[in-house]
Design a protein around this ligand. Structure first.
Ligand SMILES: [Zn+2]
Length: 191
């Protein structure tokens, strides 16, 4: 993963890259990194694991373009059997990051785009750090299935209580709460 390239290093359990050097490159300058995130929180109750892939950064005239390819796993709950299973995920995305502080002068950087366009860009912080974390979080979530399903071996919905003695017991308890005709009706429901 990028080893042997003088300009590259791997990101291991971190998603932030210092881009001070790349910001001083000519337009078209590139960097490439391998990335590995052993555990990555997507939301309060949603975790990705073993994310791995490639990050390519390209210096454009006013922003840095990040092109990211990732594979990994997300622990999800099957909609049918409600068991937790491992969903294999794969995502590929591009996002633009705008500098906020000029790397040479330290002054504020204006991006020549509409306000609306500017709002859609991620920001490189004042220390010239580009953090891929939020983009990774959003794109991994987008890659998840709408109806998580544990697959061919899914046992299906958990069976309802079919044990007759259990049913009898419940009806008896319900009957005890009722009186007269209602109790008789409950008794009539018995299978
Ligand atoms: Zn299932």
């Amino acid at each position: 993963m990028g080893r042997g390239r003088p300009e590259s290093q791997d990101l291991v359990n971190e998603s932030t890259i210092n881009v001070a050097g790349l910001l001083q490159d000519a337009v078209g300058g590139k960097r490439e990194y391998g990335i590995r995130l052993d555990a990555f929180a997507l939301a309060d109750d949603l975790q990705a694991a073993r994310l791995g892939g490639i990050v390519r950064l390209t210096r454009l005239s006013d922003v840095i373009l990040a092109s990211v390819r990732l594979e990994g796993q997300v622990h999800m709950e099957c909609v049918r059997c409600l068991r937790t299973y491992v969903e294999a995920i794969r995502t590929r995305f591009e996002e633009e990051y705008r500098p906020t502080v000029d790397v040479r002068t330290g002054g504020h950087v204006h991006v020549d785009r509409t306000e609306e366009e500017t709002d859609e860009l991620f920001e490189i912080n004042e220390l010239h750090e580009l953090d891929l974390g939020e983009a990774i979080r959003q794109h991994v979530i987008l890659s998840l299935p709408m109806r998580p399903d544990c697959g061919e071996d899914c046992p299906g919905p958990a069976p309802l209580a079919r044990d007759e003695s259990e049913i009898d017991e419940r009806l008896a308890r319900l009957g005890a709460l009722l009186d007269g005709d209602e109790a008789a009706e409950v008794a009539a429901w018995r299978p």
